[in-house]
Design a protein around this ligand. Structure first.
Ligand SMILES: O=C(O)C1=C[C@@H](OP(=O)(O)O)[C@@H](O)[C@H](O)C1
Ligand SMILES: C=C(OP(=O)(O)O)C(=O)O
Length: 419
C-alpha cells in the first residue's frame, strides 16, 4: 500500500498500545507454566501473532516454528525449543533469515545442539517462509558465554530456557551489556513467574583488570502461573506520538501539549521511555545550534524517530553507538539516511551512527518504507515538519508492530489517502 500524507500538525489523546516486548515475554512465560495463566494483550500485531502460533506448535514432538519477520520470536524460542524438544525447525521471512544468530547458535552447539540448513542466506530477499535452521539434540546446561553488545535477545532467550534444564547454568557476558532495559524486562517477567536468577560480578581470569557480569541459573525450576498478567503500554511505539507532540507544537509555535500518549508506565523497565529525555533535550536546544549527541546503545528501536526529532531542531545532532541498527528489519542506518535525505534533510551515514544537520524543517518527497515498520511510522511523523506532501511506499509494513498506526494517525487529525 502506497500512501500520500498531507503535512499538518497532529492533536489529541491516544491510548498507548500493548508493549510488544512485554507481551512476547508474558506469552512465553505463560506457555511454560503447568497451570493456566491469562495474558491480557490489548493490541496484537504480526510479531506477537508469530510468537503465539509458534508457542502453540511447541506442544508437537518435532515442532515447526514460523517466526515470520520477528527477531524476538526466533531468538527467544531457539533456546527454549531446544531445551524442550529433541528436534525443532525454525522458519522466517523478509530479512529474518539474514539476521545473525551467532554467537548464540555456537553457544547452543557447544551445549548439545546441532543446527543444519539448506538455505543460502547470500540470496535474499526471502519473500516466502524460508527454513533458517533445523535444530537437533537437547540443550544441556553449563557455562554459557556471550558478548553483551550483539543482541540482548540472545540473553533473553537463554534466560528463559536455562531454568528448564536439569543442570545448573551460568551466562557470562564478555562485553558490556547494551539494550539492558530489555534484559531487565525479561528478569522482571521471570521473577513474576517464580523463576530465580542471581546476578554476579566476577574477575576475568584472562584479563585481571576486567570485571565480568554473570547470571547464575539453577536448573529444574518451574514456571509458576501468577494467574493473570497484563502487557503494559509500549514506549517504543508511544515514542512516535511523543515526537509528534513535539513536532506539532514546534510547527504551531506553541508550548501547549498537542498530542498525549496515555497509559505509559514511567517506572517501566522498557529502555525506550528515554524518548522523554531526548525530546526534552531537543526542546531545550531547539534554536541554540549547540551539538547534541544521542547515544543509541540502550535504545536501538528509537533511532529512526530520533533522526526525525533531530531534523526538527537547528544544528548538528549525532546518533552514536548504533552499529546494530544494520541488523534489524532493514539496515536501519542506511534506510534512516535515505528517509531523511528523501524528505530534503541533511544527514550523513557513519559506520555506527548518523549525523543530522537540522534546520527545523523538511521539504517532503517519496520515502521507500523498505518493509520496515519503524521507517514507515517515522516517515509519517516526519510529515509534520514538511512543506510538501510525503508519499510512503509500502506503508503496510507498520503492521509488524502497530497495525492500527494509520487509524490512530487519522484520529489525531493526520490526513492521508491511498495511491
Ligand atoms: O528483547 C526485545 O524485546 C528487543 C530487543 C532489542 O533488540 P537487540 O537487543 O537485539 O538490539 C530491540 O531492538 C527489539 O526490537 C526488541
Ligand atoms: C527490531 C525489532 O524487532 P525484532 O528484533 O523482534 O524483529 C523492532 O521491533 O524494531
Amino acid at each position: 500500500m502506497n500512501i500520500q500524507i498531507t503535512p499538518k500538525p497532529l492533536k489529541g489523546r491516544i491510548p498507548s498500545i500493548s508493549s510488544k516486548s512485554h507481551a512476547h515475554r508474558l506469552m512465553i512465560a505463560a506457555s511454560l507454566c503447568e497451570e493456566p495463566c491469562q495474558v491480557h494483550i490489548s493490541d496484537m500485531n504480526q510479531d506477537l501473532e508469530a510468537t503465539q502460533n509458534c508457542l502453540m506448535q511447541l506442544s508437537d514432538e518435532s515442532p515447526v516454528l514460523d517466526c515470520h519477520e520477528s527477531g524476538s520470536t526466533l531468538r527467544f524460542l531457539l533456546p527454549i525449543a531446544m531445551a524442550l524438544k529433541n528436534q525443532a525447525s525454525f522458519f522466517g521471512s523478509g530479512r529474518l533469515p539474514e539476521r545473525p544468530l551467532s554467537p548464540l547458535k555456537e553457544e547452543l552447539e557447544a551445549h548439545g545442539c546441532t543446527f543444519t540448513t539448506e538455505t543460502d542466506i547470500s540470496f535474499p530477499p526471502f519473500d516466502g517462509s524460508t527454513l533458517i535452521y533445523t535444530g537437533t539434540g537437547r540443550l544441556k546446561g553449563g557455562a554459557f558465554q556471550l558478548p553483551g553488545n550483539v543482541s540482548s535477545q540472545y540473553i533473553t532467550g537463554l534466560l528463559f530456557a536455562l531454568p528448564l534444564l536439569k543442570e545448573d547454568s551460568s551466562i557470562t557476558l564478555t562485553s558490556k551489556l547494551e539494550s539492558s532495559g530489555y534484559v531487565r524486562l525479561t528478569l522482571e517477567v521471570l521473577e513474576c513467574f517464580g523463576i530465580r536468577i542471581r546476578q554476579e560480578f566476577s574477575k576475568n581470569p584472562k584479563r585481571e583488570q576486567e570485571t565480568l557480569y554473570s547470571f547464575v541459573i539453577k536448573g529444574n525450576q518451574k514456571y509458576k502461573s501468577p494467574g493473570e498478567v497484563t502487557a503494559e503500554g509500549d514506549w517504543s511505539n508511544g515514542a512516535f506520538w511523543i515526537v509528534a507532540d513535539a513536532l506539532s507544537s514546534f510547527s504551531q509555535r506553541t508550548s501547549e501539549p498537542s498530542v498525549s500518549c496515555l497509559n505509559l508506565n514511567k517506572n517501566s523497565a522498557q529502555g525506550d521511555k528515554a524518548i522523554l529525555s531526548f525530546v526534552r533535550a531537543v526542546r531545550q536546544t531547539k534554536k541554540s545550534k549547540e551539538k547534541l549527541v544521542f547515544d543509541a546503545s540502550e535504545v536501538p528501536d528509537l533511532v529512526p524517530i530520533l533522526a526525525v526529532l533531530a531534523a526538527s531542531r537547528e544544528g548538528i545532532t549525532e546518533i552514536t553507538h548504533a552499529g546494530r541498527l544494520r541488523i534489524k528489519e532493514s539496515d536501519r542506518l542506511a534506510t534512516v539516511h535515505e528517509l531523511i535525505g528523501s524528505l530534503g534533510g541533511d544527514i550523513t551515514e557513519l559506520p555506527e551512527g548518523l549525523v543530522i544537520n537540522g534546520t527545523g524543517k523538511l521539504r517532503g518527497g517519496t520515502v521507500n518504507g523498505h518493509n520496515d515498520h519503524r521507517i514507515v511510522m517515522s516517515a509519517a511523523i516526519a510529515s509534520i515538519l514538511c512543506t510538501e506532501p510525503v508519499i510512503i511506499l509500502g506503508a503496510e509494513a507498520a503492521d509488524k508492530s502497530y497495525p492500527k498506526f494509520f487509524e490512530d494517525f487519522t484520529r489525531l487529525g493526520g490526513e492521508f489517502h491511498v495511491l
